[in-house]
Design a protein around this ligand. Structure first.
Ligand SMILES: NC(=O)c1ccc[n+]([C@@H]2O[C@H](COP(=O)([O-])OP(=O)(O)OC[C@H]3O[C@@H](n4cnc5c(N)ncnc54)[C@H](O)[C@@H]3O)[C@@H](O)[C@H]2O)c1
Ligand SMILES: [Zn+2]
Length: 371
């Protein structure tokens, strides 16, 4: 068994380890004892993941001889909301979990965000450990400390930074994940390659078959490299004032496409198309090396994600959504542009790097229209 180990520096909670590998769950009791000793544990998972993996994980936590309260909620993004947050926090109060308790978040990004926010707010904050089970959660959401819920006016608008005590990603748990969900997570791996590591992008393309099958060691290696990239970026800029923005590559247009589709277009699919379009935008502006968009398009196709916008999206709606984003960010729509594969452009001006820049609207329109 090959197990990878990375440390994430957090200005809020010291440093925390991320442990990745097939069978890494074996390390859970030891990690809990060392990093998250508690009087009692609350194991939070959605109904699907609780059914598939709840017993195994609960038994492992119970080996510490402490009570384990299992709390589940219905799966799906629509349940990452304040209603479920209330239900879960009330359930913890009813079970008498004290300030010396700890939340174990087992699942995809929805569980990590929701259970993380429960931990962040319960009794003004108790520890959380993240056990990601989806590729999205392993390569992206479990690392970085962002937690929260969706509200009627938008996704992730109410939440807190609450870094975990540790992240343990057992890639064997992701074998039960549907193939289409794996593709969604691989969009973020493609992004990590596109922004900082051209060789990694090529490896994701070369390993696309085992990655889509959920096979190891390809999956563990991919998760480990993505975690390392995200950890390096987040360690240097946890609260997204500078470098962390590069993780938004493909997301400015991606978010607008996702919202314009009424969220029928899943996030990873929207980001895949967003990365291709933003690379074309950079090429059009003379910032990005020609051929970059084609390489990203090849990678997006290799992980079985769409490379074109879904039919029927209204261009004016997409532009209106970008403008809304602009209002929220005090005046300008900012794009992270690449210099080439594996290199982000430093942004606007000659001063310190801003890692993102504004672009003329006609260039955005031309790219959306494919001209
Ligand atoms: N906090 C962050 O920094 C951050 C970053 C990226 C995404 N996110 C959030 O993550 C969420 C998306 O995450 P997601 O795609 O993992 O969604 P998810 O948690 O809903 O998981 C997707 C589906 O897969 C199922 N599933 C998860 N693991 C499984 C397994 N091992 N076997 C079988 N089924 C399994 C879940 O039950 C669910 O139905 C969004 O809410 C997004 O906002 C947060
Ligand atoms: Zn994303």
């Amino acid at each position: 068994m090959e197990v990878f180990h990375t440390l994430v520096q957090s200005s809020l909670g010291g440093e925390y380890p991320v442990v990745v590998g097939p069978g890494a769950l074996e390390r859970l009791p030891e990690l809990l004892r060392e990093r998250a000793a508690a009087h009692a544990y609350a194991l939070v998972a959605d109904d699907r993941v609780m059914e598939l993996h709840g017993d195994t994980v609960a038994r492992s936590v119970e080996s510490l001889g402490r009570p384990v309260h299992r709390l589940s909620f219905p799966h799906g993004e629509e349940n990452k909301n304040r209603g479920e947050w209330s239900r879960l926090t009330d359930a913890l109060l009813e079970r008498g979990l004290g300030r010396d308790g700890c939340v174990v978040a087992l699942g995809g990004g929805v569980t990590g965000d929701l259970a993380g926010f429960v931990a962040a707010s319960y009794m003004r904050g108790i520890p959380v450990v993240q056990l990601p089970t989806s590729i999205v959660a392993m390569v992206d959401s479990s690392v970085g400390g962002k937690t929260g819920v969706d509200v009627p006016l938008g996704k992730n608008l109410v939440g807190a930074f609450h870094p975990p005590r540790f992240v343990l990603a057992d890639t064997e748990l992701a074998r039960t994940l549907p193939r289409a969900e794996r593709s969604q997570g691989l969009a973020e791996a493609v992004k990590h390659g596109a922004i900082v590591d051209a060789d990694y992008l090529d490896r994701v393309v070369a390993d696309a078959d085992p990655l889509l099958d959920g096979a190891d060691p390809a999956t563990a290696r991919m998760v480990a490299r993505s975690v390392q990239i995200k950890a390096d970026v987040v360690s240097s800029d946890e609260t997204e004032v500078g470098l962390r923005q590069i993780l938004n590559f493909g997301h400015t247009l991606g978010h607008a496409l996702e919202a314009a589709s009424g969220y029928r277009l899943p996030h990873g699919s929207a980001v895949g198309v967003g990365m291709i379009l933003e690379a074309r935008l950079g090429e059009r502006l003379g910032v990005t090396e020609p051929g970059t968009a084609a390489r990203i398009e090849e990678a997006v196709a290799a992980v079985e994600l769409p490379t074109t916008q879904p039919p029927g999206l209204s261009r004016s709606e997409v532009l209106a959504l970008l403008a809304r984003d602009k209002k929220a960010r005090a005046g300008s729509v900012r794009f992270v542009l690449l210099e080439g594969v594996g290199r982000v452009h430093s942004g606007d001006g000659d001063g310190p790097p801003t890692w993102s820049r504004t672009v003329p609207e006609d260039a955005v329109v031309a790219v959306l229209d494919g001209v």
